[in-house]
Design a protein. Sequence first.
Length: 71
Amino acid sequence: MPQTARILSRAAGRKIEFVPVPIEQVRQSSEDFATMLEWFDRVGYNADIPGLRKEHGIEPTALAAWAARVS
């Protein structure tokens, strides 16, 4: 997430800071959200980028390119 904040900061032209929140603090607000975040840490998402390119015939957009375009 710090890398994402750096990319978005560059695109927006202002500092965007990643501030981690302790999972127990998240859990106090939402057990389901805490469970989801724990899954992201433990398992996360994975994508076969070359396979997706071949299957759909399009190039995925990198976060930096997307952020520059929408800023």
